[in-house]
Design a binder for this molecule. Sequence first.
Ligand SMILES: [Fe+2]
Length: 493
Amino acid sequence: MVGKVQPDEKQGLKKILVVDDYLPTRNLIVETLSQSSQYQIAEAENGKEALRMFDENDFDLVISDIMMPGMSGMELLRLIRDRNPSSAVIMITGNPTTDLTVNAIKKGAVDFLTKPFDIDELLYKVDIHLRQKDMLPGEPSGNILEQNKLNDQKDELSKQGYIYDSIEGSPMDNDVIFNKIAELALKLVDGEVCSIMLFDEQDNEFHDKVVKGNTEGMHNNYTSSPTLKMVFNEVIERKEAVLINSNDHPEVAPSLICAPLMIRNNILGILSIRKKKNREVFSKKDLHHILSLTKRASLNLENKILYESIFFNIMDTLKSLISSIQARDHYTEEHSQRVTNEAIRLAASMNCPSNDLESIKIAGALHDVGKIAVPDSILLKAGKLTDEEYMVIKNHPTIGENILKSIVLLDKERMIIQCHHERWDGNGYPQGLRGPDIPFLARILSVVDSFDAMTNNRPYRSALSKEDAVEELIRNKNTQFDPDIVDAYIKIL
Ligand SMILES: [Fe+2]
């Protein structure tokens, strides 16, 4: 059956393509999904086969392994997204803490599954992403009911799009995200007041995180309300949203929805929203909206937390590499710190956007990380370097770039590090790039790096005065340095 779509195509079934070269994994996924009568499953054992099938069929979802011989899962993801940018692809990875996982999300995968599989997680993620895809607007229909449904779906899509845009994108403070979720919940179901409480494992209690809307006369503190406590316990136990329409309890009257925020299978917090306007109550559709909002928000939070933990882990590792150079050579770490500060100041004065400042902060701190591979006899040599020794030193941008190669998070920073000894006239190293071919941020780093090296004592020569170093920058405009950057730096010095 490999490489084939099951022939009996039934109307309304969701078509899923499972791609994995390892038969037991593929079988497990296919068998699990086949238990649902709503899915029609096809399978492929490699990327090439999968792509051919993708071209011939309309798949609602692709689930693909990352590590495969021949075409990798990442390449398949890229080609599928090229063909259809709205296609949903879930990636499978053996190790959730690798850079591949993060890269998959960056390259447009909607989610990832980690081995060994949790069957519930597999079913849950497939379900939620297929439902998400359903909300994409389709062809206009003549039928009024259909049209209304479509309008509802479009409305839903814009609501979903809003939360996606609110949470995705530039790194955001968690508080900002929770505020946005609460605001969106109020808008989605025309609620009166919404609160998000986070679960604290230390004291086993929920604590207020965000309260939005009209809080007048509201009981938000669940600890003082036995009714709310009961509702919360039910949400935690069932891990599902609940809707209560009742006038018996003032804490919930007339209508209350509570939904869990989950990370993996653990409760992160609870979103509760109440309506008391005109004594109206929430509908089942409102409950559905809140449920899909919290599920979506949970997935985004989960990805964000994973992304951040990987990122900080990597940065910690790299910083300890820099520190290990410092143990041998005090100059490198202090130099890196000064260069970073000056490069940020210069880039900001040249109106670089904030993501560039973020990149230069990372690249500045790590630009000489490749010196880890330079032996002490050369790195700490007091006299003039021989040609051979200079060749070893000249390897450090490439070694630094190689160290960061496996970290896809840092593509842009890697390029800056690799090019920080290139020269404007093309006589630099390692590639001999010329003029604007050298990344702009690398040209900034080059000016600041050289100025700092000149104004500090080195084993082989003593420091120049600031004035002499400025003269040196000016003398090397158009040869070593980008003239505009030199001018901009002198202006702020
Ligand atoms: Fe360097």
